[in-house]
Ligand binder design. Structure first.
Ligand SMILES: Nc1ncnc2c1ncn2[C@@H]1O[C@H](COP(=O)(O)OP(=O)(O)OP(=O)(O)O)[C@@H](O)[C@H]1O
Ligand SMILES: [Zn+2]
Length: 662
């Protein structure tokens, strides 16, 4: 982290107060201020020493208590910002002017102590984020010929092979080329159970972060190898590693202001000038009531202390910081206060089907040929054409089709691929144009589908299968049925979500309505909408957002990114393995698991509740303390003690989020 970034993370309450006693100097100064103050006070009250000694001690208390406050105020005033520290110094100077040195010293002592503790507490939350960076090892064992050499991770290049010893940390993102092991991925994905990893099928291929790599073959920097040695081919340089980007995004998240914070900022813009006017006006109280001016001044200073919105200013950022830090430890990247707060008040969730609610690994279940053509030839045509496509359905056709034909079957290549988004594909194969897709594809291209064919398709769809019709030239030659299984934990997770009060759970899918209904029934969704094109998914989201006001879209980032962008919060699953998902979502579930969703929502609700409590505490204290000081019931000392007390209460309350349990 460079210097500039460090400062952009400050929020005015958190500077690195270094000094002669190291990073805790601010705290030691605050304590020294307290010690000198109390000694002075005791000497003054209970001994007959010359007045100069307690006075000298008070001056010392002013120095130690006011040093950092003054330093900070000067740097802010230079930038034209008048903040709470400045007001506190005015109050302390006023107390000194009135000869109330003990009270002025008490004010500076408590204020500096409060701030030192506040910084310490916020530092704890920040450390929990910084600890993520320390997860990555600094060196790697690079394989060279038959030997290994230890190199710094920044020297690793894409394509290098590194060796990872048993029970040591993996130092780069990569694919396994040799060895089987179970890997503890908790640092990245929050999964408590180690994940079994095996070598990739084709180790000599060039893999980049864009390749579609199965989870069981890829590893992340910062995760921990199990009992066997692994050889890993590097797919990302150290600076681009998933861990590195995760840390950067978590750090950036702290700067993004949440809706509540924007509201309190706005409030403060009116509130602070109003307080200043009130304080100035109170100086003229002696014109109205019978008292010396010094008493009016004292009262106005007490009001100044009482009204400072210190606790208010820190109440939301501290909760956001702790919430984001806790989420990161659970494998959930929350990109700031806005998604954190929004996630806590959601009533509806929209899900993508393939890869989100289902495994995303469809299997070829039915091959049916029409007329004279036989199944073997039909499959060869389908495989040749689907080989050109990246779609998960296409991959399934190729994989399972080859299985049926026998691995060594030679099939000529097709060419001239044209994909029709959300409907199917077209290509040339042995002089014929081949179309493969759903009914909508054929309704688009020409006269549509004869009744007997569409009946067959509907029958297969009726079994809850994804159905593709195949046409060669002018002739429908057959159809394929595919089946994807719902994720193991989908049903359980949806039940949990219902239990915590999510009323609407809707599936949006490009697949046919029958499949959509079958899946919805099986896992317990409230609604399913099928045959949607990506742009229709966006439309559906927009409509739902109007009805629900807060709506999340959960997808895998493949063809649902636009829909995610149009929901209140876009949530991506399996973000550890997908750069697009990690980049575009507001909230990224690093593991490819639905189960982290209730945790993320629960945490956000807790954060929202804590923010609310904090606002009540900070505003409530001010609301009581202002009249109390105006009526002269509370002295400066009492006002400052309660003021700083409430600030600490708010911060400590926020830190509870760090300990949030699933
Ligand atoms: N390569 C392809 N070959 C044949 N049919 C295809 C192909 N790509 C898409 N289709 C057809 O278009 C439909 C919609 O595809 P799309 O990619 O929009 O959604 P999906 O992957 O089925 O589901 P989801 O929207 O839940 O991710 C598929 O169900 C299939 O019938
Ligand atoms: Zn404060």
């Amino acid at each position: 982290m460079n210097d500039k970034e460090k400062h952009s993370n400050d929020d005015g309450h958190n500077h690195d107060h270094g000094g002669i006693f190291g990073k805790n100097t601010e705290l030691y100064f605050a304590i020294l201020s307290g010690v000198t103050l109390i000694t002075g006070f005791l000497l003054e009250k209970f001994t007959g020493v010359s007045e100069n000694i307690p006075f000298g001690l008070y001056i010392a208390a002013y120095f130690f208590g006011g040093y950092f406050t003054l330093k900070e105020a000067i740097s802010k005033v230079a930038k034209g910002e008048f903040e709470i520290d400045f007001l506190m110094l005015v109050a302390a100077a006023g107390a000194a002017y009135l000869g109330e040195w003990a009270e002025g010293a008490l004010l500076l002592f408590l204020f500096s102590l409060g701030h030192a503790l506040e910084n310490y507490a916020m530092g704890k939350a920040k450390k929990s984020i910084a600890a993520l960076t320390d997860l990555a090892p600094k060196t790697a064992l690079l394989k060279k010929d038959d030997d290994t050499v230890e190199v710094g991770i920044e020297e690793l290049q894409v394509g290098d092979i590194i060796v990872v010893r048993p029970n040591s940390k993996i130092s780069a993102d990569g694919v396994i080329v040799k060895g089987n092991s179970s890997v503890d991925q908790a640092p990245i994905t929050g999964e408590s159970v180690p994940v079994d990893k095996t070598p990739i099928e084709n180790p000599d291929k060039e893999y980049t972060s864009k390749s579609n790599i199965p989870n069981e073959n890829r590893v992340f920097s910062g995760t921990i190898n199990g009992n066997n040695t692994l050889e890993i081919k590097v797919i990302k340089e150290a600076k681009d590693s998933t861990l590195n980007r995760l840390v950067t995004m978590v750090q950036e998240a702290q700067d993004q202001k949440s809706p509540t914070q924007l509201l309190t900022d706005k409030f403060e813009r009116y509130y602070v000038p109003a307080v200043i006017i009130l304080v100035v006006a109170l100086n003229f109280a002696f014109l109205v009531i019978d008292e010396p001016w010094s008493e009016s001044l004292y009262r106005s200073l007490a009001v100044l202390v009482a009204a400072s919105p210190c606790a208010l200013a820190i109440s939301t950022p501290s909760a956001v910081l702790s919430g984001v830090a806790r989420a990161a430890r659970g494998g959930v990247l929350i990109k700031g206060g806005r998604p954190l707060e929004d996630l806590g008040v959601l009533t509806a969730l929209a899900f993508d089907k393939t890869g989100t609610l289902t495994e995303g690994k469809p299997k070829l279940t039915d091959v049916e040929s029409f007329g004279s053509i036989d199944k073997k030839e039909l499959l060869e045509i389908a495989i040749a054409v689907e080989e050109l496509s990246d779609h998960p359905l296409a991959k399934a056709v190729v994989r399972d089709g080859m299985e049926r034909l026998g691995k060594d079957t030679k099939i000529p290549d097709a060419d001239d691929l044209e994909a029709v988004q959300g409907k199917g594909i077209k290509a040339n194969y042995q002089g014929n144009s081949i179309y493969i897709g759903n009914l909508e594809l054929f309704e688009d291209i020409d006269k549509g589908v004869p009744d007997d064919v569409s009946e067959k398709v509907r029958a297969l769809e009726g079994e809850g299968k994804t159905t593709m019709l195949i046409k060669r030239g002018n002739e429908f030659i057959g159809m394929l049925g595919l089946m994807d299984t719902p994720r193991e934990k989908a049903k359980e997770t949806l039940a949990q979500l219902k239990e915590i009060g999510i009323k609407k759970m809707i599936m949006l899918t490009g697949d046919n309505q029958k499949v959509a209904d079958a899946v919805a029934e099986e896992i317990g969704l409230t609604e399913a909408r099928g045959s949607l094109l990506p742009e229709e998914k966006v439309e559906a989201i927009k409509k739902l957002a109007e009805q629900e006001n807060k709506l999340a879209m959960i997808g895998d980032g493949v063809n649902d990114a636009p829909a995610m962008a149009n929901s209140t919060v876009g949530i991506a699953m399996g973000a550890a393995g997908s750069d697009v998902a990690l980049e575009t979502a507001d909230i990224a579930l690093m593991a490819d698991k639905l189960e982290t969703l209730p945790f993320a929502i629960g945490l956000s609700r807790k954060a929202k509740a804590i923010i609310k409590q904090n606002l009540w505490v900070s505003l409530g204290v001010v609301a009581l303390l202002i009249p109390a000081t105006i009526m002269s019931w509370a002295s400066i000392g009492i006002a400052v003690a309660i003021h700083e007390g409430s600030t600490l209460v708010v911060v400590v309350n926020a830190l509870r989020l760090l300990a949030y349990k699933k």
